[in-house]
Design a protein around this ligand. Structure first.
Ligand code: AMP
Length: 194
């Protein structure tokens, strides 16, 4: 078993295109650190599944591959971060997606006196992400995993990621996201412990 990465780095973001494996790697890392993964996509999907009015609103945007407005997204994250399981650390997955959302997150964290310890960036070429998302579409049947919507989501990611990463400067830890799940997990471990 791999030893846990440094106990002091427990306030983390994972960034990568859809299909980069950040869900899989994030869950694994969060489990090893004993912290929750907070995925805005999962939070939105839970609302859709529960049939809430909010779920109905966000569903249309998700089905188009478009971003949900920043205000409601940030509010959802603010509330989730206040839950007790996030008091000792968290791994954010899928938020922030833009520099504007990163500024909103700064404000949310400042309210609780928390600073981020690292931003993991899973680097995967577009063709590989596309291929993995198509495979997920066949395996899981996610409504937003059609070719056209996958393309829209990757376009948005590519347009937003530069300014997003620029916001985080020194906190960035780039990890090659091509390889087996175990190989990538080992690279993440090294990046966090170095
Ligand atoms: P994901 O599970 O991260 O691929 O997200 C699925 C969909 O949820 C996205 O295509 C957006 O419609 C929405 N979504 C997730 N996270 C965010 C976010 N941080 N800002 C805006 N929309 C988001």
């Amino acid at each position: 078993m791999t030893p846990s990465p440094s106990a002091s780095r427990r306030h983390l973001l994972i960034v990568g295109p859809q299909g980069s494996g950040k869900g899989t790697q994030g869950a694994r890392l969060a489990h090893s650190l004993g912290i929750p993964t907070i995925s805005t996509g999962d939070l939105f999907r839970a609302h859709v599944a529960a049939g809430t009015a909010f779920g109905a609103q966000v569903n249309a945007l998700m089905l188009a591959g478009q971003l949900v407005p920043d205000g409601v997204t940030a509010q959802l994250v603010r509330e989730r971060l206040q839950e007790p399981d996030a008091s000792n650390g968290f791994l954010l997955d899928g938020f922030p997606r833009t520099a504007a959302q990163a500024r909103l997150l700064d404000a949310i964290l400042e309210e609780s006196g928390i600073t981020l310890d690292a931003v993991l960036v899973l680097e995967v070429p577009r063709a590989e992400s596309f291929h993995r998302l198509r495979r997920r579409a066949l395996e899981q049947g996610r409504a937003d995993d059609t070719d056209e919507i996958i393309g829209t989501r990757l376009d948005i990611y590519e347009a937003e990621v530069g300014p997003l990463l620029a916001h985080y400067g020194d906190l960035l830890l780039a990890v090659d996201g091509v390889g087996t799940v175990d190989e990538i997990a080992a690279r993440i471990h090294v990046a966090l412990t170095e």
